[in-house]
Ligand binder design. Structure first.
Ligand code: GLP
Length: 245
């Protein structure tokens, strides 16, 4: 069953999400954190940086595995998800960078995806997975499909995702067309999932994903079957489900 938290605004949403992550790390110093990119988690990461600076939490023994990476971008490229994570979180906390993992977008797809799954297995899976929500219901880069993906795989990004992500690039043509993403099967084995979504544009997909049918056409809908998922919304993204929760 999904637990819903409706925060007043993005700041409060970020504080709630960071609070859950902090509590997991405080209870389990060497937690394996599954992390996400996109604009949604930026505030959460800011809160975690503040908490670290205020000595409320240390990430020294944590391991992180990110959800996804664009194919063809190397970690030095400022549009890569590796760069995003360094810039928005890892450079500002005490996590050992050698213990932070993002798929390598330059490696061969088959080899990289297999290696990434083996890596996650070797850590005993993910303790807490943070997720954003794509406008079409994607999680990680698991786009709507005929079946739920299992492990890490190469995916072709949909037009809607390319369109949504073009804001980070100079031109739409610069947005990579392929990515490597952790699979839905792996996300579902995370002990705890925290999904954050803010803004009016997400209100309709929030309703579809969490109150509609469980279907690979809306990948996030599978979380209805996860034993410990918390969805944190702000008032704008929650408008269509307020009466249902
Ligand atoms: C990208 C990422 C997802 C993210 C989604 C939503 O496609 N691969 O992990 O959840 O965008 O992004 P935003 O939080 O910017 O709306």
């Amino acid at each position: 069953m999904i637990k819903f938290i409706v925060a007043k605004n993005y700041d409060e949403l970020s504080k709630k999400a960071a609070g859950i992550i902090k509590s997991v790390v405080v209870l389990n110093n060497d937690a394996v954190l599954g992390l996400a990119t996109g604009s949604s988690p930026i505030g959460t990461y800011k809160e975690l940086i503040n908490a670290y600076k205020n000595n409320e939490v240390s990430f020294k023994n944590c391991i992180s595995v990110n959800l996804d990476e664009y194919k063809g971008l190397d970690g030095e490229n400022d549009q890569s998800y590796r760069y995003f994570m360094n810039d928005n979180l890892f450079n500002h906390i005490d996590i050992d960078k050698n213990n932070t993992f993002v798929p390598n977008g330059l490696n061969d797809a088959t080899e990289e995806c297999k290696a990434y799954d083996n890596l996650i297995d070797s850590f005993g899976g993910v303790d807490l997975q943070l997720l954003g929500l794509g406008l079409n219901g994607h999680i990680g880069f698991n786009e709507p499909a005929d079946s739920f993906s299992m492990g890490t795989q190469e995916v072709a990004l949909t037009e809607s995702t390319i369109e949504a992500n073009k804001r980070f690039f100079e031109k739409v043509e610069d947005v990579p067309k392929f990515a490597y993403t952790m699979g839905i099967g792996t996300i579902m084995t995370a002990k705890k999932v925290v999904l954050i979504a803010s803004g009016a544009a997400k209100s309709s997909i929030v309703k579809q994903a969490f109150f509609g049918a469980v279907t690979p056409n809306v990948p996030a809908s599978i979380l209805q079957m996860h034993p410990d998922t918390t969805v944190i919304l702000d008032e704008e993204s929650a408008t269509e489900i307020l009466e249902l929760i």
